[in-house]
Design a protein around this ligand. Structure first.
Ligand code: MG
Ligand code: MG
Length: 267
């Protein structure tokens, strides 16, 4: 069942999505080597609650934290833990908030200190693949047009691995609604996109093989070959001609550039 949103509902969803963006920007301001991912999670939770919202992920199907924080070879759904992050790490932070009855969902991968050139390219290509997918998220296209654009760029052009097990999704009053939005697929296939469809597009791209495995915690997804993975996500609304991006990386990128403990030279 696909729910199309009214203009008023889309504006409420924009508020939720932009609060996620501000939460990620807050993370970008405090990130530095030596910090643990549990500290990041606590900070994000406090920020969300202070803004009269609820973390969407906490207790979702038993997930115990506010953020999914996935370091290096962790792709997504990482459990925050007590291991300090260090120079050269990449840290993917995925956050959702629930406010005014609607969820927002976005993710961003941060580079700690300075990172290797091949990892910079992974981050750049993953972020670019997200925007190539969004370009196809217009009324009249199909889900497969988004999927193909991401896969074609990341996998065919750059020889990266596109994770198959996890996909983007519709969202609204529920965190996960129909349709699923895979990061791989055929042009012209899948559900037709109509005005007012709100979806999260979220390429999960591995530097090496596409295969993944699950940690003992039952959540953390890691690359099979141990190479790093990147994850960027926006909540968008399908419109005629051009998608409306409800979340934003503007504040995050400004904070990333201002934080000398982060490497923003990759884009
Ligand atoms: Mg997310
Ligand atoms: Mg999502």
């Amino acid at each position: 069942m696909i729910y199309y949103k009214t203009t008023a509902e889309v504006e409420l969803m924009r508020e939720s999505a932009l609060l996620v963006s501000s939460t990620l920007a807050e993370v970008a301001r405090i990130l530095k080597p030596g910090m643990t991912t549990l500290e990041i999670d606590a900070h994000a939770e406090k920020f969300i609650v202070e803004h009269q919202a609820t973390p969407s992920f906490k207790n979702y199907k038993g997930f115990p934290f506010t953020c999914c924080i996935s370091v290096n070879d962790a792709v997504v759904h990482g459990f925050p833990n007590n291991t300090p992050i260090k120079n050269g790490d990449i840290v993917s932070v995925d956050v959702g908030v629930f406010k005014n009855g609607f969820h927002g969902d976005s993710a961003y991968t941060f580079a700690i200190g300075s990172i290797e050139e091949d990892v910079k390219q992974l981050l750049r290509v993953t972020k670019e693949s997200l925007y190539l997918g969004i370009e196809k998220a217009v009324a009249g296209n199909r889900v497969g047009d988004i999927s193909f654009a991401i896969q074609d760029y990341a996998e065919r052009k750059h020889k990266y691995g596109v994770v198959r097990e996890l996909v983007g999704h519709g969202l609204g009053r529920r965190l996960h609604e129909d349709p699923q939005v895979p990061n791989y697929g055929k042009r012209g296939s899948g559900a037709k996109l109509h005005d007012g469809l709100v979806i999260a597009i979220e390429p999960m791209i591995n530097m090496g093989v596409k295969e993944v495995w699950y940690e003992d915690d039952g959540w953390t997804v890691k690359t099979k070959d141990g190479k790093p993975a990147a994850h960027y996500e926006h909540t968008i609304c399908v419109r005629r001609g051009k998608a409306d991006i409800l979340s934003s990386f503007d504040e995050i990128e400004a904070a990333e550039k201002a934080n000398t403990a982060l490497d923003s030279s990759y884009y």
